[in-house]
Design a protein around this ligand. Structure first.
Ligand SMILES: [Zn+2]
Length: 381
């Protein structure tokens, strides 16, 4: 498909969003812009402000299964603006690309979603599902007051999302070549092994926590936690930080601090991993303190209605098949999928996200709009 028009509605809306320096958790009025467009389509808007975070829940219809578009208006900091070819908050078109912080992650997706819904609603009398938008300004930050709190609010009044399309930049080489249908879980541990400080010349009066932890650590690094499955590689354990010692060469340290992280598949649960780690530490008779932080559970949407429709839509618009993947870090999908929603992530090419000179191909913004619209159409038949 040859596109001659580069002044598309999606491009215009993307630029309006990119002008706003919404460094996480700021929204800088982006949700107002999106909300105004949705309101004129008949959506009911609900602004949910939790501390420093602005969230928008917008819904059209009440009672049918809910097809939800999810995304974020916040962006990561641009770093030193002088490193950029163009000012990061002055959207600039250059050689077929739109430059600006958030162009690919993910203001371009938000613009495409809005325009797709506008076009779809022009062609149907009544959609066979409710359409919703869940937009947060805290996806790139500590993710405490964003999607998580919105989902808790929806759950508390028994409002469900049936199918969810997250606009995270999933594509790798060309638009739509990869769709994420799950993510690995992330579990962190802070371990302190307690010993007795003393003089290195009198080890019988001390207890060296480095020595006592060494064998346990060896076992932790060599354990095979699971074998993964069709969608996930095996679970991995990595030590990220380790520290002991006073700095003096003649002192046996009194404690050893270790931080580690699991990236885990759906073959293991966080509870199982915690129990297995603690069993290993106990088997080595360590005196320890251990604090856990579950950053996100593993989730997976198996082949089903949503994935079938998304695959058809991409094939129809792009002309090539899409690949399912669970690679990459966590996303806000982790707060939505566990409520039972079928969820996928589909957005622009991710080559420049979080980088200097973040950009998106301008024709990809239009193709993405077409793909989102085609998903709405496929879901209607
Ligand atoms: Zn993002």
């Amino acid at each position: 498909m040859v596109r001659l028009m580069s002044n598309s509605e999606t491009l215009q809306l993307a630029k309006t969003l990119l002008e706003r320096p919404s460094i996480t958790p700021a929204d800088e009025g982006c949700q107002q812009v999106l909300g105004d467009r949705l309101k004129s389509l008949g959506f009911e808007l609900e602004s949910m402000i939790f501390e420093d975070t602005t969230n928008l829940w917008a819904r059209l219809g009440q009672g049918k299964p809910v097809l939800c578009f999810a995304g974020h208006t916040d962006v990561v900091p641009p770093g030193d603006p002088s490193d950029w070819s163009f000012p990061p908050f002055q959207p600039t078109e250059h050689e077929g690309y739109l430059y600006g912080r958030g162009a690919a992650d993910m203001k371009g997706s938000l613009a495409a979603m809005i325009v797709a819904v506008e076009r779809y609603l022009k062609q149907v009398d009544e959609p066979p599902f409710d359409i919703a938008f869940l937009i947060t300004s805290d996806e790139e930050g500590p993710f405490i007051n964003g999607t998580k709190r919105v989902m808790e609010t929806l759950e508390s009044r028994n409002e469900k999302i049936t199918w969810c399309i997250v606009g995270e930049p999933s594509s790798t080489e060309q638009l739509g070549d990869v769709v994420k249908n799950g993510r690995r879980g992330s579990l962190s541990g802070s371990l302190s092994v307690i010993g007795v400080q003393g003089h290195v010349a009198y080890p019988h009066l001390a207890e060296n926590p480095v020595h006592s932890a060494a064998n346990a650590l060896a076992e932790l690094t060599q354990t095979r936690w699971d074998d993964g499955n069709e969608f996930f590689p095996p679970t991995t354990f990595q030590v990220s930080n380790i520290h002991a010692g006073t700095g003096a060469g003649n002192v046996i340290p009194g404690r050893l601090d270790i931080e580690f992280n699991f990236r885990f598949s759906t073959e293991s649960t966080s509870t199982q991993l915690q129990q297995r780690v603690e069993a290993i530490l106990d088997a080595h008779n360590l005196n320890y303190q251990l604090n856990w932080k579950l950053n996100g559970p593993a989730f997976l949407t198996a082949q089903g209605l949503l994935i079938n429709k998304v695959q058809c839509a991409i094939k129809r618009v792009c002309g090539y098949p899409t690949k399912l993947s669970t690679a990459g870090g966590t996303s806000d999908g982790r707060f939505i999928a566990p409520t039972g929603a079928e969820l996928i992530e589909l957005g622009p090419v991710n080559a420049t996200i979080h980088k200097v000179d973040e950009c998106v191909k301008i024709t990809d913004l239009d193709t993405l709009t077409d793909v989102y619209q085609a998903i709405l159409e496929e879901m209607s038949v």
